[in-house]
Design a binder for this molecule. Sequence first.
Ligand SMILES: Cc1cc2nc3c(=O)[nH]c(=O)nc-3n(C[C@H](O)[C@H](O)[C@H](O)COP(=O)(O)OP(=O)(O)OC[C@H]3O[C@@H](n4cnc5c(N)ncnc54)[C@H](O)[C@@H]3O)c2cc1C
Length: 286
Amino acid sequence: MRYETPTTTKEAATLLYKEKGQAHILAGGTDLLVRMKMGMTEPTLVVDIKHIPAMQAITKSAAGFKIGATVCGAAMTEHAALGKAWPGLVEAANLIGSDQIQGRCTMVGNLCNGSPAADSVPAMIAAGAKAIVVGKDKRRTVAVDKIVTGPGKTSLAKGEVIEAITLPARLPRSGDAYLRFTPRTEMDIAVVSAAVNLTLERGVVKTARVVLGAVAPTAVIVAKAAKAIIGTKLDDEALEKLTAACAAACNPIDDKRGTIEYRTKVAGVLAKRAAKIAYQRAGGTL
Ligand SMILES: Cc1cc2nc3c(=O)[nH]c(=O)nc-3n(C[C@H](O)[C@H](O)[C@H](O)COP(=O)(O)OP(=O)(O)OC[C@H]3O[C@@H](n4cnc5c(N)ncnc54)[C@H](O)[C@@H]3O)c2cc1C
């Protein structure tokens, strides 16, 4: 196995593109190294992207935030401005693993691993996050919800690397929230999760995005749930409609961690609670 440490994203993309065997990117390694140790994958090339300066920082501009692909969960939690603007997203990233995992894990690794239960993914999609994708010859910007195509599968072409995640400029009176259900309080993956991001105008929901995790092969954007709360002050009727829309959007698996019936019910409950938290964070009073 070859191990390479490129210093530019283009160099990383070229190395990955040219490899004839199985190539993998190493960010925090908290998924990849586990898979390698378990013999689930045997790469012929590992490209460690942690030496690429363009991927290492969180920056803020008029356009919003840019979070480099190698920024770990702990660094996101320590970034005060990011946490103020996007508390739900930061909380979602912070739920990944333990302190030790937080010092390594990245949101992009969480995304590209392709787990339906990945914690940061529903929150990124609710935020309208985009991925800056760099290939050997060109760059493109893709909505995060278009990256994962199924469990363990992404839409990235051979050699393509995500350099950073961008978050749009935050409008005043906006709030987001992410909640997950796990049987244990720590070190477990979501049985169901929900993210809500919304903006208010005079206490009324003007725009909203509702996204569910772990209830289908990929995260699910529930447009009908968002529609149910837009134009309301999150009254009981609106929340009931949101809950029903979330339940209707679920297509979960049935396993020992949660039945289809259970996951479907809990999805609506979590979305409702997340909507209330996001609403209050945006300055709304319930
Ligand atoms: C003990 C433990 C607890 C965990 N708990 C949770 C949890 O609670 N919630 C949760 O969601 N996950 C959890 N995980 C899974 C894992 O920690 C996360 O998915 C993490 O975010 C992966 O990030 P990473 O940087 O370590 O990815 P890596 O392992 O480095 O990479 C993961 C995959 O993404 C690809 N990749 C990485 N970066 C890029 C890039 N820039 N462009 C394109 N492809 C890329 C890699 O090639 C690889 O296929 C846990 C793992 C462990 C070991």
